[in-house]
Design a protein around this ligand. Structure first.
Ligand SMILES: Cc1ncc(COP(=O)(O)O)c(C=O)c1O
Length: 373
């Protein structure tokens, strides 16, 4: 088996009604973007192959948003495929990739799955999941071809500042010019209410790659549309060729719908950001009211956060009871172990369910905490 088993697969295959495990904002239904022009375009759409780099219109829309040229963008099947293609194109046998832990599990598992060496920079709850730059540089070697940072981070919603990314990128240019820095910005636009959107790192420096997608902030993970940006023309060409050799192109149907989602994103964002802000507020109160059992680090973006169950309150057996009873009550939880944390952590998604249902689910979770501590 190339890839280790990870129960995060249950998020796809086994959905419980009270879903606190999901990392996306509310799912978009097509009716939200359906109008006459959309319907007409859809009827006339030719189901031909797409292009290797991806639909020009879609790249233009993404380019406008990131303020980079459309030629510096490749459309991918979600951020996941952008990460896959980057590792594949940059690494040779014996090369290594560094990323952070906790993290979205496939990002960590892909490195070894593709046959390269994985090095993990461990981030901890106690240091606010902040990265130590010197520790990062101590891990880099001449064989390191790629560093993958995630901002906002899944499962924590914590952010790496643009100045820090610039500093790392500048230092890499001097000390390790063959190593690229990939910033996974999948949750960048999933902010709360009127909070300022975190700026993209796209186009900042030649050694920076960014990936993102329509999965989290737009509520359309099923479209499987994302993008990769880089100002290194040779790398963009390599990625296009690797894409053509693996999946040929994206689906033109997905690309068509994605253009419409991007054209209407202001409205899509507005309702989802208000919803996330309400979900965050509710979660904050829940953490305060349950302070005897749980701790957290408030997230900056992304409709998710990491909840720590206090070890002084939960023995191993009680913890097992907590997860078991949650499940029996129809509550889906994302166990910290999926992300490389311990079982005393779980990811709580507060942007997926309707607010009333989120409230009821959190109340139920309080009962379960009471019974299992
Ligand atoms: C940090 C991060 N990166 C990438 C992905 C992949 O998402 P997608 O391929 O749907 O864009 C996810 C999904 O959960 C994620 O959390």
């Amino acid at each position: 088996m190339k890839f280790p088993e990870n129960d995060i697969i249950s998020l796809l295959d086994e959905r419980l009604e009270l879903n606190l495990a999901e990392s996306t904002n509310k799912d978009l239904v097509l009716a939200e973007i359906w109008d006459e022009a959309f319907s007409k375009g859809l009827k006339e759409l030719k189901l031909e192959y797409g292009t290797s780099q991806g639909s020009e219109k879609l790249r233009e829309l993404v380019g406008n948003k990131l303020q980079v040229d459309k030629n510096n963008i490749v459309i991918t099947s979600g951020s996941a495929f952008g990460i896959f293609l980057s590792i594949l194109c940059l690494c040779e046998k014996e090369d290594e990739v560094i990323t952070v832990q906790p993290n979205f599990p496939p990002t960590m598992d892909l490195i070894e799955g593709l046959g390269f060496n994985k090095k993990l920079l461990i981030l901890s709850f106690d240091s606010g999941y902040k990265m130590d730059e010197d520790q990062l540089f101590d891990m880099i070697s001449e064989r390191t071809k790629l560093i993958i940072l995630v901002s906002p981070l899944n499962p924590t919603g914590t952010v790496t500042k643009t100045e820090e990314v610039k500093r790392i990128s500048n230092r890499l240019k001097v000390e390790y010019p063959r190593c690229k820095l990939l910033i996974d910005e999948t949750y960048r636009e999933a902010t709360y209410g009127n909070n300022e959107v975190i700026p993209s790192c796209a186009g900042l420096q030649d050694n920076i790659i960014t990936v993102s997608s329509l999965s989290k902030c737009h509520g359309t993970p099923g479209l499987r549309i994302g993008w990769l940006s880089s100002s290194d023309d040779k790398f963009i060409k390599d990625v296009g060729v690797a894409k053509m050799n693996t999946v040929i192109s994206n689906s033109v149907l997905d690309e068509y719908v994605a253009c419409e989602v991007l054209r209407k994103e202001a409205e899509i964002f507005q309702s989802r950001r208000i919803h996330s802000a309400q979900g965050l507020e509710l979660t904050k109160k829940w953490v305060e009211n349950n302070a005897q059992y749980v701790q957290w680090i408030e997230p900056r973006a992304g409709a998710l956060c990491c909840i720590k169950l206090k070890e002084s309150k939960f023995s191993r057996e009680e913890l097992a009871g907590f997860y078991r009873e949650s499940r029996e009550s129809g509550i889906q939880l994302a166990n910290g172990e999926w992300f490389g944390e311990s079982k005393w952590f779980f990811r709580l998604g507060f942007g997926y369910m309707e607010i009333e249902q989120l409230n009821q689910t959190l109340e139920k979770l309080t009962e379960i905490l009471n019974q299992n501590s």
